[in-house]
Design a protein around this ligand. Structure first.
Ligand SMILES: Cc1cc2nc3c(=O)[nH]c(=O)nc-3n(C[C@H](O)[C@H](O)[C@H](O)COP(=O)(O)OP(=O)(O)OC[C@H]3O[C@@H](n4cnc5c(N)ncnc54)[C@H](O)[C@@H]3O)c2cc1C
Ligand SMILES: *[C@@H]1O[C@H](CO)[C@@H](O)[C@H](O)[C@H]1NC(C)=O
Ligand SMILES: *[C@@H]1O[C@H](CO)[C@@H](O)[C@H](O)[C@H]1NC(C)=O
Ligand SMILES: *[C@@H]1O[C@H](CO)[C@@H](O)[C@H](O)[C@H]1NC(C)=O
Ligand SMILES: *[C@@H]1O[C@H](CO)[C@@H](O)[C@H](O)[C@H]1NC(C)=O
Ligand SMILES: *[C@@H]1O[C@H](CO)[C@@H](O)[C@H](O)[C@H]1NC(C)=O
Ligand SMILES: *[C@@H]1O[C@H](CO)[C@@H](O)[C@H](O)[C@H]1NC(C)=O
Length: 513
């Protein structure tokens, strides 16, 4: 993100990375990046190494803008060649080729990376969009997925066969991208994070060697790749658990809109409903949102709260009765199959959340419970900022309270994911059509203020950041864990498996020079 505060903090991280001795001087990195020439000769040489199904595209391709389009318009790596492997073996070939040329490489699955560090990449992109296959294994307990498989196709395809698995709530996002940093979603209350469902990863390492990574094969890498995976290898495919689900089953999605005056009562009831990580897993989600709905008010944000329930509608309505009693401005109720639940909470392929190529000012904080005082302060701040600039009424202040039983059923020390006791995810998002919008600094200050209020609501706890929601300015400790052994272990494994810091582009453990 082109945010002044981020840049300053990045500078610090950079200096720090340098001291550890695994990063290169700036001049050396620049030299490497300059070697990425999209010459015809380079393309032909690479093509001769790859399968017939592989595609190699350069900046002169007619559809280059579409090829390199991303969710975050302002997080644009400089791509000199975009290579689409046709087979998993191609991935290793591309890595070895890039290493021979001494040119950086970077993997893209669905292009939703949020963190600014991705924008620093310059080199050959490995685009997994043609490796999207997935298949239920004969045991019906696990399925095979390629690295480019994404939520929309996976949810639909598995549902057709009577199964569900872990994915995020937005259909445009890949399955493995989120999983490498955790993976939150509707199945986590019952079955854990998406990464908890993995049983095997087929990985290409920094030197182009393909290995299997699982509990018994490279167990140290198995530990690291579940939570900090983007820093360690390319997952060409993986095996992950699935669960049978009755195809005739429907889910209750109930969405309330409340006025600002109800805020304290809503927060009290949500806290009672969720408990401290004790929400029953039959509740798949409880999402809150502050947003302007100008049909209802031109000056005050509405407070939306959406609940997703897998039990009977009668039971669901009974539990939610305290919310009905608060006099909501509106209530929407649907009972729908699992495959379309995401659409009703905003994450469908055509939904607003999946819209790409916008500039976003984002910020996030993890919480355990909602602090009424800070939720009120954040709400009042929202209204004040909208009074100043009404056109920012599209800003989303989102809170996500999935159930967590499945997440807590795994031991924290068994993976690089350090945040199992964070029950609530938050997300601030103002979006712009242009990277040069004059209100970006204004939104950035608003973002910083909002995040500070979230953290201020739990003064006894250290700030932590879900790595996949990070903008990139947060501390490494917040992203990878405050316990000192965690970053020490990650750094040791980086030196072992990626001594030249080839995987340095996504919330890097060693920020590149
Ligand atoms: C609209 C939206 C909704 C989201 N919803 C959720 C959600 O519900 N739950 C959740 O947990 N997170 C969610 N996220 C955050 C999400 O986890 C990250 O944005 C994630 O990194 C996106 O993965 P991607 O494949 O789409 O993006 P990409 O940009 O393609 O990949 C993200 C990072 O992962 C690396 N990567 C991708 N594929 C591989 C691979 N096969 N092997 C190794 N590295 C790889 C890339 O190099 C990149 O650094 C959401 C993000 C957005 C923008
Ligand atoms: C992305 O948005 C920019 C700015 O609006 C626009 O110029 C560009 O064409 C868009 N790219 C694509 C692939 O639509
Ligand atoms: C797996 O599920 C399919 C239906 O989806 C069923 O036909 C098949 O018998 C099951 N196999 C096993 C081993 O249970
Ligand atoms: C783990 O990897 C080893 C070595 O490649 C392999 O033999 C084994 O089958 C893998 N385990 C799983 C669960 O895939
Ligand atoms: C705004 O409120 C109206 C009236 O309740 C509702 O129909 C509409 O869907 C709401 N808009 C959004 C974007 O939520
Ligand atoms: C709630 O937040 C306020 C600051 O907004 C803080 O002073 C207070 O201690 C917090 N309450 C709890 C229980 O942490
Ligand atoms: C690649 O790296 C791995 C992990 O460090 C190592 O075990 C392997 O021997 C290396 N392969 C080659 C060909 O150097």
């Amino acid at each position: 993100m082109p945010l002044p505060s981020s840049v300053a903090l990045y500078g610090l991280a950079l200096a720090f990375g340098f001291v550890t001795g695994t990063t290169l001087p700036i001049s050396e990195v620049n030299k490497r990046q300059e070697r990425c020439v999209a010459s015809t000769q380079t393309q032909e040489e690479l093509a001769s190494l790859l399968s017939k199904k592989a595609t190699i595209l350069g900046p002169t391709s007619v559809d280059w803008a579409d090829v390199t389009e991303r969710y975050m318009a302002q997080v644009q790596p400089t791509v000199c060649l975009s290579v689409r492997p046709g087979t998993e073996d191609d991935v290793a070939e591309i890595v070895r080729f890039a290493n021979r040329l001494d040119v950086p490489f970077y993997t893209v699955s669905r292009g939703h990376a949020l963190t600014e560090s991705v924008g620093r990449f310059r080199g050959i992109e490995i685009d997994l969009r043609d490796l999207r296959a997935f298949e239920v294994n004969p045991n019906n307990v696990t399925a095979f997925f390629q690295g480019g498989a994404y939520s929309h196709e996976v949810i639909d395809g598995l549902w057709d066969q009577g199964f569900v698995t872990g994915t995020g709530g937005c259909e445009c996002v890949s399955v493995i991208g989120p999983a490498l940093g955790g993976g939150h979603g509707l199945q986590q209350g019952r079955h854990g994070l998406t990464m908890d469902m993995l049983v095997n990863l087929n990985v290409v390492l920094a030197n182009g060697t393909a290995v299997q990574v699982n509990e018994t094969s490279h167990p140290d890498l198995w530990w690291a790749m579940r939570g900090a995976g983007h820093n360690f290898g390319i997952v060409t495919s993986f095996e992950s658990k699935i669960w049978p689900e009755d195809k005739s089953k429907t889910y209750l999605v109930k969405t309330y809109q409340f006025a600002g005056r109800s805020l304290e009562a809503v927060i009290d009831r949500v806290n009672e409903f969720q408990g401290l990580g004790t929400l029953d897993p039959s509740w798949l989600a409880s999402f809150g949102l502050y947003i302007m709905n100008t049909t209802l008010s031109k000056t005050e944000a509405t407070i939306n709260w959406a609940f997703v329930f897998s039990g009977s509608p009668e039971e669901g309505h009974a539990v939610l009765k305290p919310f009905d009693d608060l006099g909501p401005l509106s209530v929407d109720v649907v009972n729908v199959p699992y495959r379309v639940v995401n659409e009703y909470v905003g994450g469908g392929m055509e939904g607003r959340l999946c819209e790409g190529n916008k500039t976003h000012v984002i910020g996030t904080a993890n919480l355990q419970t909602y602090n009424k005082t800070s939720m009120r302060a954040i709400y009042d701040l929202y209204n004040e900022r909208i009074r100043q600039h009404p056109r920012l009424g599209d800003t989303r202040v989102l809170v996500e309270g999935y159930s967590v039983e499945g997440v807590l059923s795994h031991r924290s020390e068994d993976s690089a994911y350090a945040l199992r006791d964070e029950h609530i995810l938050t997300y601030f998002d103002t979006r712009f059509d242009s990277m040069d919008d004059p209100l970006i600094p204004f939104a950035t200050e608003w973002r910083d203020h909002t995040v500070a209020l979230w953290y201020g609501g739990q003064p006894e706890r250290r700030p932590t950041t879900y790595v996949n929601y990070a903008a990139g300015y947060e501390s490494l400790e917040a992203r990878y864990g405050h316990e000192t052994w965690r970053l020490e272990k990650l750094r040791k494994l980086k030196r072992q498996y990626d001594p030249d810091n080839k995987f340095a582009w996504y919330n890097p453990i060693f920020p590149p020079a």
